[in-house]
Design a protein around this ligand. Structure first.
Ligand code: NCD
Length: 296
């Protein structure tokens, strides 16, 4: 049984096939590849776009979608996660998409069900489909990925988006530079790190700005988001006319992560990422459920 818990679950060839399939869906539309299949989404943590993106993706492939409303589900009545999973599994879905505030939950659930589990984000561990859609967006823009440099800027330490992107993008030959204040910098030595965005602005091809993960801080470890913005907000004044692709997984803290001017600049691909997310998730669901993307 194939699952997508983190980006390492897919080898390079599989990812290339998935991206090719996503491109095909984007340019040639979709057929009812998943007709009569049942996909359950269960989000124990809030989601602005990931959940709807998965649901739109499933519906575009002709699948039936059931979204569990967690606030109304039995979890809030004390049912354990595993009993919830076993009950969902008894309905014989073809895939379950799960998001949870605790890292590791999708992996554990995958041991209790008979269908693919897709991780829609678990704690600060992983968000594999976000990284895949980011890779799709970068590839669509540049074509060739090797030796491209990306600055990942912000709360890297607490970001599952950063974690998944660092693994995936470096595997595809991109050079990752981490830009963050000391309290948001992970304790890793594998990648170049700096506290000054200005230090790398002339050499990067891509900037990925991240939201400050306030919900994952046990106490406030910075003076204020405004102070943070002074040094790390991606502004027009900083970027000037440089040829840089600007990404953000959303939700954006306006004028903290990216300023209004850059958000409406054509180099900023936030909404393109959202659009590409649907095609990428279509390709992922299709791969996990029918495994046919390799033949096309
Ligand atoms: C991210 C998430 O929830 O992990 N958003 C998303 O899925 N598009 C990033 C975030 O919450 O900052």
């Amino acid at each position: 049984m194939k699952h997508l818990i983190n980006t390492k679950d897919f080898d390079l060839k599989t990812i290339e096939n998935i991206l090719d399939k996503a491109k095909l869906f984007k340019h040639e539309g979709a057929s009812n590849l998943l007709q009569d299949k049942l996909i359950i989404t269960i989000f124990f943590e809030n989601s602005t776009r990931t959940r709807s993106s998965f649901e739109v993706a499933a519906k575009r492939l002709g699948a039936n979608v059931v979204s569990l409303d967690v606030s109304k589900s039995s979890s809030s009545k004390g049912e354990t996660l595993f009993d919830t999973a076993a009950n969902l599994d008894a309905m014989e879905p073809n895939a379950i998409v799960v998001r949870h505030k605790n890292a590791g939950v999708p992996k554990i659930l995958s041991n209790y069900v008979n269908c693919p589990i897709v991780n829609g984000g678990d704690g600060s561990h992983a968000h594999p489909t976000q990284a895949l859609l980011d890779l799709f967006t970068i590839k669509e823009h540049f074509g060739e990925l090797k030796d491209k440099k990306i600055a990942i800027v912000g709360d890297i330490k607490n970001s599952r988006v950063a974690n998944s992107n660092i693994e995936l993008l470096s595997r595809f030959g991109l050079e990752v530079i981490m830009v963050a204040p000391p309290h948001f910098m992970p304790q890793t030595t594998h990648f170049r790190q700096t506290h000054e965005i200005k230090e790398v602005i002339d050499e990067v091809d891509i900037i990925m700005s991240l939201r400050t993960q306030t919900e994952r801080h046990s106490n406030q470890i910075y003076a204020s988001l405004k102070d943070y913005a002074t040094d790390f907000c991606i502004t027009k004044k900083l970027v000037e006319d440089r040829d840089i692709l600007l990404l953000h997984p959303g939700p954006v803290h306006r004028n903290i992560d990216i300023d209004d001017e850059m958000l409406s600049d054509p180099r900023c691909k936030v909404l393109e990422q959202v659009k590409n997310g649907v095609f990428t998730r279509m390709a992922v669901l299709n791969h996990l459920i029918s495994g046919v993307n390799d033949q096309s």
